[in-house]
Design a protein around this ligand. Structure first.
Ligand SMILES: Nc1ncnc2c1ncn2[C@@H]1O[C@H](COP(=O)(O)OP(=O)(O)OP(=O)(O)O)[C@@H](O)[C@H]1O
Ligand SMILES: [Mg+2]
Length: 329
């Protein structure tokens, strides 16, 4: 018996890009346990949304060529040979832009009612919808269930989408930059609601974000993505304390207010690699200050501690980390 809810192994999603095949998600393995909050970080275009959408089998209209690997939820395999026809109940997602997800022509209450499990009897559906809204702190007095999405403020709309995502009683909720479009105060309130809900329900929560402050405050563990791959995974404290991959280190140094920011931006100059024209070398090589001859070969994701792994061929020589072995201070 394991408390791991979501077990993703070697997930690879390949689509036909204009210039050739693109592996937008490349050999990604991750775990989410009951009651655990996991962060996925990486700069724009690193594949965070593609990963989330591959897990939910909710891909944008790209021409998917292959979807390989394994996605197990509570031991049940979700990935079949025809990934679009496989059910993903138990997994749910909230998006950055609720208007693209909510149906503009349906009242919020109707939309939530449609998401409720079949075992909720008809006579209980109205109160189940109200309860779904109340749990995201939209009180009954607001009568949100009677409103259409465009009649709500940004923060309320985001809460309504979370209520909708939770109506199916997911075991793991994936939130893809759920608060990026909101102002700072509303962001903080919404994140607190999400966090409390996941703790109370012992649900797995995956937060995809650019904001390392959110990661530091909420996440137990973090996966760092670069060019479709996981380049580092660690417990949050370890990642902030002793990042091992040069890319992680650069991201951490880019935190607002960091004194070395200009220097780091300088270091991270250069484009992210074109995923349709990879040359078999380390994908971070052109932007890495430690690039060496070893980097002509793509490194594997190597364990460097019990809960710590990094994908860097020169790491042992660079000795970037202050501490080894993923120790917590
Ligand atoms: N609809 C699409 N059609 C074709 N390519 C796409 C599409 N959406 C994303 N991509 C490509 O897939 C790769 C991963 O993009 P993805 O949107 O997952 O990045 P991301 O990490 O979520 O970025 P952001 O932080 O900006 O949301 C990029 O190379 C991107 O150009
Ligand atoms: Mg995205």
């Amino acid at each position: 018996m394991t408390d791991e809810l979501l077990e993703v192994d070697h997930l690879t999603m390949t689509f036909a890009g204009g210039a050739g095949e693109v592996r937008a998600v490349d050999d990604v393995s991750l775990r989410v346990r009951a009651g655990e909050c996991v962060g996925v970080v990486g700069e724009s275009g690193s594949g965070k949304s593609m990963l989330a959408r591959t897990l939910l089998q909710l891909l944008p209209p790209v021409d998917v060529l292959r979807c390989e690997g394994s996605i197990r939820l509570e031991g049940r395999e979700l990935l079949g040979s025809d990934y679009r026809s496989v059910r993903t109940d138990g997994l749910s997602m909230v998006f950055q832009e609720p208007l693209s997800y909510l149906n503009p022509t349906m009242r919020i209450g109707q939309q939530i009612a449609e998401g409720l499990p079949n075992d909720v009897a008809n006579r209980d559906r109205v109160s189940a919808v109200r309860a779904a809204l109340a749990q995201v702190e939209l009180p009954a007095s607001l009568e949100i269930e009677r409103r259409y999405p465009h009649e709500l403020s940004g923060g309320m709309r985001q809460r309504a989408m979370i209520a909708l995502a939770l109506a199916t009683r997911p075991r793991v909720l994936i939130a893809d930059e759920p608060t990026t479009a909101l102002d700072v105060t509303v962001q903080a309130q919404l994140l607190r609601t999400l966090y409390e809900l996941h703790r109370r329900k012992q649900m797995g929560l995956v937060i995809i974000t650019h904001d390392l402050g959110i990661v530091a405050n909420m996440c137990d563990r973090v996966y760092v993505m670069y060019a479709g791959q996981i380049v580092e995974e660690a417990e949050t404290l370890t990642l902030f304390d002793a990042p091992q991959h040069p890319y992680t280190k650069a991201l951490l140094d880019c935190r607002p207010g960091h004194t070395d920011r200009r220097e780091v931006n300088e270091r991270l100059r250069g484009p992210v690699p074109d995923l349709s024209a990879l040359d078999g070398a380390c994908r971070f090589r052109n932007r890495c200050e430690f690039a060496a001859t070893e980097c002509a070969t793509e490194p594997s994701l190597d364990r460097i501690g019990e809960a710590h792994a990094a994908r860097c061929g020169v790491l042992p020589f660079v000795g970037l980390g202050v501490k080894w072995g993923g120790s917590r201070s």
